[in-house]
Design a protein around this ligand. Structure first.
Ligand code: HEM
Length: 133
């Protein structure tokens, strides 16, 4: 049953995974990641680490999902590994450091929000326009 849901119609002789499932997972990851980053920034000054736990978990799950779904899409859509994908991976790594930077309180909350939006915007731009490589 599950295999029927996740595969393309039987008319496809290769029964290949539909790339759109990966794109869907990419979007779910995006939501988890940014809820995680936002919540973590908002909770950065709390003295109760338990309050940050949910957002830390969401950040981690979102990051992993974005990476797996991103490369999964490239594989399923037979796009290879273009330069823009590696650039996205580098920016993805930078977003991975957000909880660390927020916890150390090196930057103000508004600076962190602005940086997250700039990085997220750049990642979305590259994913949509693929203007590099
Ligand atoms: C956390 C960072 C990331 C964000 C915010 C992000 C965001 C996006 C967005 C908004 C799109 C446009 C979806 C569309 O075409 O409708 C996209 C597409 C895509 N992203 Fe990401 N992305 C991230 C990380 C990655 C990573 C690490 C990879 C690894 C290869 C990746 C690979 C892709 C691919 C393959 C597409 C689809 C391109 C196509 O439609 O041909 N992304 N991403």
């Amino acid at each position: 049953m599950i295999s029927i849901l996740f595969l393309q119609p039987k008319s496809n002789p290769y029964l290949q995974m539909n790339p759109l499932y990966f794109k869907f997972a990419h979007f779910i990851g995006l939501m988890c990641l940014f809820i995680g980053i936002g919540g973590y920034i908002a909770m950065s000054s709390t003295t109760e680490p338990g309050k940050r736990k949910l957002f830390g978990m969401l950040h981690g799950i979102g990051l992993l999902l974005m990476l797996l779904a991103g490369f999964g899409y490239l594989g399923a859509a037979k796009l290879g590994t273009p330069t823009w994908a590696w650039l996205k991976t580098a920016l993805w790594l930078a977003l991975g450091l957000f909880p660390l930077v927020a916890k150390r309180r090196i930057l103000s909350e508004s600076a962190l929000v602005l940086l997250a939006l700039l990085a997220g915007g750049a990642l979305a731009w590259i994913g949509l326009f693929k203007s590099i490589g």
